[in-house]
Ligand binder design. Structure first.
Ligand code: SF4
Ligand code: SF4
Length: 240
């Protein structure tokens, strides 16, 4: 099925937000369109644009209608994300405090849904940014696999490429950027360690108790950045 018919000013955003194969009924189209008219832009001047039906310049709100989510355009520009993370440092700190006042289960439900929506639109093989700084923990069978890949003994591999995390009693790959990163791509992607597969951990529970690490990943990982920005919009969070 095609995309929802919406006014031109938000067509691009809807196209990004709603998968092409979603079969929306007329009633659901109507609900979604109605909700779009009630979006509250962050910048007051955008209200004028919206009322005049002009192109909606800084589309910064997310609307939830039943299960249909209109999301902010996905941001993939790493330098922009890094710049915005500096600009929004105090906003993100305030957002952490704001989250702590909310029901953890309700926040998890929203974050997990956003996780599914955002990860469906981002290909890690085109990014690889976390691999520049992530030093993943490796488990016994992973070390064995990596040593076999290098055709060396487990002892030699451990000595040359791993370090010990004394607090967690675990071993991690000590090179940074990761030695398996080639450009933006992980050369062992199908066999990457569990910790790499789980990063950035936005599928895990108790998000409100892990906001410090989430905010530090915000500047590194487009998945985290887009989830947090959409979460702010969905929760109608305002700063300043
Ligand atoms: S093993 Fe692959 S996914 Fe994990 S940090 Fe290294 S390059 Fe990245
Ligand atoms: S997890 Fe995040 S930082 Fe790492 S490759 Fe995927 S999008 Fe990029």
């Amino acid at each position: 099925m095609g995309y929802i018919k919406v006014p031109g000013w938000c067509q691009n955003h809807i196209n990004q937000a709603v998968p092409a194969n979603r079969n929306l009924t007329f009633a659901r189209h109507s609900i979604l369109r109605m909700a779009l008219w009630f979006m509250i832009p962050r910048n007051p001047s955008d209200v004028m644009d919206l009322e005049k039906g002009k192109k909606f310049g800084t589309f910064e709100q997310l609307v939830t209608v039943e299960n249909y989510i209109v999301m902010l355009p996905i941001e993939l520009d790493l330098s922009k994300i890094e710049r915005l993370s500096i600009q929004r440092e105090s906003e993100n700190f305030a957002f952490r405090m704001f989250l702590k006042g909310l029901d953890s289960i309700v926040v998890d439900r929203k974050v997990h849904r956003l996780h599914r929506e955002v990860t469906a639109r981002i290909n890690c093989l085109d990014c690889g940014n976390c691999c520049n700084s992530l030093m993943p923990r490796v488990e016994e069978e992973e070390i064995q696999f990596l040593a076999e890949l290098d055709k060396v003994s487990i002892e030699d591999y451990t000595r040359d490429h791993l370090d010990e995390d004394k607090y967690e009693a675990s071993l991690f790959i000590k090179s940074s950027p990761c030695r398996y990163l080639d450009g933006k791509r992980c050369t062992i992607y199908d066999h990457r360690p569990k910790e790499c597969r789980e990063y950035p951990y936005t599928h895990r529970r108790r998000f409100v108790f892990r906001t410090l690490s989430m905010i530090s990943n915000y500047s590194i990982c487009p998945i985290v950045f887009n989830i947090i920005e959409n979460l702010k919009a969905e929760l109608n969070f305002r700063h300043g």
